[in-house]
Every structure is written in structure tokens, then in C-alpha cells.
Design a protein around this ligand. Sequence first.
Ligand SMILES: Cc1cc2nc3c(=O)[nH]c(=O)nc-3n(C[C@H](O)[C@H](O)[C@H](O)COP(=O)(O)OP(=O)(O)OC[C@H]3O[C@@H](n4cnc5c(N)ncnc54)[C@H](O)[C@@H]3O)c2cc1C
Length: 365
Amino acid sequence: MTVLFTVLSLSILATVLAAIVVLADYKLNDYGICKIDINNGARSLEVNGGSSLLSSLASQKIFIPSACGGKATCGLCKVTLVESVGPVLPTEEPFISEAEREAGVRLSCQVKVKQDLKIRIPDEFFNIKQYRTRVSEIKQLTHDIKQFRFQLLEPTTIDFKAGQYVQIDSKPYGKVTEAVSRAYSISSVPSENNIIELIIRLVPGGICTTFLHEHVNEGDEITFAGPFGDFYLHEGGDELIFIAGGSGLAPIRSLVLDILEKNLEKKMKFFFGAVRRRDLYYLDFFRELEEKYDNFTYIPALSGATPEDEWDGEQGLITDVVARHVPDAERRQAYLCGSPGMINACVQVLTKIGFSRDAIFFDEF
Ligand SMILES: Cc1cc2nc3c(=O)[nH]c(=O)nc-3n(C[C@H](O)[C@H](O)[C@H](O)COP(=O)(O)OP(=O)(O)OC[C@H]3O[C@@H](n4cnc5c(N)ncnc54)[C@H](O)[C@@H]3O)c2cc1C
């Protein structure tokens, strides 16, 4: 009897304690409505507290660049907090310089909205919109790269600069229950403003690329936000050196076509690095451009060609090929797009050739 009484009392106590914890958690995390003041009164929002600043702003259609979708791995979603809400978190440290820390810069994906906030963001962020689109064409470009064409439904047109990117929203599929958003560079030209094209490489195990490659069909509706980024044509440079690998071709295609369309007085050399023949795409497209335009040279190169590739073009690492074709940095700029490894190696080679860091622009994938 005593044992039964003890077990019963302990069970009741445990239930009461659990209820208190749940209630306390609910109460402690109920931050109510919080006000967010942006750029000293330019916009004032009211949001439900408890979410990240990044998602709270997005819920009110203020889109901050974020290539990783809030995982603190891209470091792009910086905003300035006019009044501090606590120290920079360890997850933010790799991305925040000492000067930025002193100025109140934080990663908006790591700041939880628990109180009224005053923040500063660049004015151009107000122009970033969310678009509803229909997938009008999907093309397989290589064994692991597909091109997607999106017809804009609402709004029906987009203004962007060649080289910029958008953030595509995925949807839950299979065992993936979360929707994520990821950055993809626009490969089409700004003049065709009712569509955008993206070139997307399937990342094994990747949430968004698996969604796009295996769960999206022509006719489906997809949303994205944009345009984002500062990888566009900058002042200066009579000759532009473009270097890309893999899906890094996307923004370079947009830049090259935009420059040719606008008849800008720029010489262009486009180096595209791949391993085997099967990794090359848009080969005929760029060869035709080279034939048509005196100011455009196309140099595809294979680093691992075998006899079965029947390749008589440039061979070797793209860095060596660039070093062979670019004599000096005189009146030249370089635009690079690809993996961090490729970009680091190319920056080193270009620096050796004499390029200053402010003549080298890049987007790392
Ligand atoms: C400015 C910018 C522009 C870009 N433009 C392009 C473009 O034009 N084309 C393009 O193809 N890409 C582009 N990218 C890259 C793109 O944004 C994505 O990072 C990429 O497509 C991978 O997204 P994902 O959701 O498929 O992969 P994620 O789900 O983010 O996974 C990435 C990697 O992490 C691994 N991973 C995921 N979850 C786990 C886990 N739980 N444990 C261990 N490992 C895990 C995956 O296996 C994979 O290797 C761009 C990136 C940036 C920053």
C-alpha cells in the first residue's frame, strides 16, 4: 500500500513539474508583439516575437540576402543593430570583423526578436521583391547540371543587373519536411525581364538541388526573392577576364551577353574549367559568340581529359591556362565564379600576374 502511494505521489509530482516547465517555456518564449524600426523611421514593422530577425523581416516582405537560408554558414544576412541586444554569438564570429562588431553589425539569422529593435539596412534592400513564377522549361545540360527557365507571374517583370542572384524557395518533399531558400545566379539577360534562367548543379544530399532536379516539373509554380548581390560589372577595365567552373558559368553568361547586347567597348576573355568533356556545356553557344564578336574570346579547358574525350582544346588546371593567356594586369579586371577552391587558386595566380584585389570580383558557390 505504501509503495503504491509513493509511486502515485511521484507520478503526480512529475506531471505537475512537467506542466510547470511547459508553461514556463511558453511564457518565457512569448515575447508578444515587437516593433522593428528600419533606417530611422523609413519603415516600421510589428512582428510576433520569438523568430529570427531574418525570418521576421521576410514575413513582412523585407528580404535580406541569405544564401544558406539562415544556417549562419554564408555570412550574407548582415544588418546593423542601432541599439545592442547582446554580444555577437560564436556562430557569427567568423563573419563579423572587429570594425563591424563595434558598429553593431550582426547576422540577422542569429538574432532572435525578443524586444523592440532599431536596425539599419542598405536602401536597395527595400527593392527586393518576392516573385511567383511558373517553370516553363527544364533542360539537362550535363550529367549533373540542369537549366531552369521561370516565367514570372506576379510581379510580371524583374529589374536586375547581370551577375546578380535570386533566392529560390524549395518545398517539403519525401522525407524532407523543411522548406529552405538557396541562392542561384541568373544566367539570362536583364533585357529579357519577364523570365529568368538559372543553371543548377545537383549537390548529392542537398535539399534545394534535389528538390529542383528531382521534384520540380515544367508547369510547376515556384517562388523566389531577389535580385541580390554585388557581382556585377564595375567601373574600369578595358579587358575583362571571366573565369568559371561548373554552374559558375551562370552569372558569367549573363554578364557576357549583357555587355555584347549593350555594345560596350570591352574586350572579354572567358576561361571555363572542367575535368572531362562531359562536364562542358554551352560549348557551341560560346564558340558561336566568339565567331560573331571580335571582342569576345572563349577558352574552355579540361584538366582530366582522356583520349576518349577527343579533346584538342586547352588542357591543364584553369589557373595554368589563365597564366598562359593573360600577360599582365594592365587595364584589366577579373570576374570569377565557382567553388571556393577554384576562386582562391585563381586569385593567387591573378595577384602574381599583377592584379590588385580591387580589380578582382567573385561569387563563391
Ligand atoms: C551568391 C551565390 C550564388 C550561387 N549560385 C549558384 C548557381 O547559379 N548554381 C548552383 O548550382 N549553385 C549556386 N550556388 C550554391 C547554392 O546556393 C547552394 O548552396 C547549393 O545549390 C546547395 O544547396 P542545397 O540546398 O542543394 O544543399 P544543402 O542542403 O545546403 O547541402 C549542402 C551540402 O551539405 C551537405 N549536407 C546537407 N545537410 C547535411 C547534414 N545534415 N549533415 C551533413 N551534411 C549535410 C549536403 O550533402 C551537401 O553536400 C550559389 C551560392 C551563392 C552563395
